[in-house]
Design a protein around this ligand. Sequence first.
Ligand code: GLN
Length: 208
Amino acid sequence: MSEINIGVLSIQGDVAENVASTEAALKELGINGKVTQVKTPEQISKLDGLIIPGGESTVIGHLSLVNGSLKKIKEKIESGMPVFGICAGLILLSKKVKDRVVGETDQPLLDLLDVKVERNSFGRQRDSFEAEVSLEPVNISKFNGVFIRAPSITEVGNDVEVISKFNEKIVAVKQGNILATAFHPELTSDISLHKYFVKILQQSLKDQ
Ligand code: GLN
């Protein structure tokens, strides 16, 4: 198979950490691929898969709306490109978002993942924490979840598979080619979730 082209949206947020985790995942799986930082519609149009990192969802949303990337990302995901949204990335992928403190946020969204997200669901920055989570449906029994001003999912549509909960709150989901977590796997040395995403990507290319 030819080289897999994975992009990390590099508008704002945890970009370098996701590049490193994805490169490590490719290496460990022995898959021929490259990981690039992307921000323009032209760069995004060439991708086989995309990671939308954690950061500030309003900033990532507004800037990618202005430069045309949001529209291109949406088109690519709708045509089957696998995407992994982390924290702010999860928020951006969602159909509905509300902030626990300020309510409706009226921020640009990709409007693809059929969930309702609550921003700042576990509190504000000072309430950030680490906790062990389990993602049994994808065969990851233990994962160190790093939650930074994390959202949670309060409602899911019929096509959404819940893959992890923490304290009764939904913190990881999968819907077709969309994978999303409220916590930050790129901030740990555990690359099992990045490996899982790379495997989804490899499968989607085989199915084409
Ligand atoms: N609370 C942030 C937001 O709404 C997300 C935090 C994160 O990505 N760590 O964008």
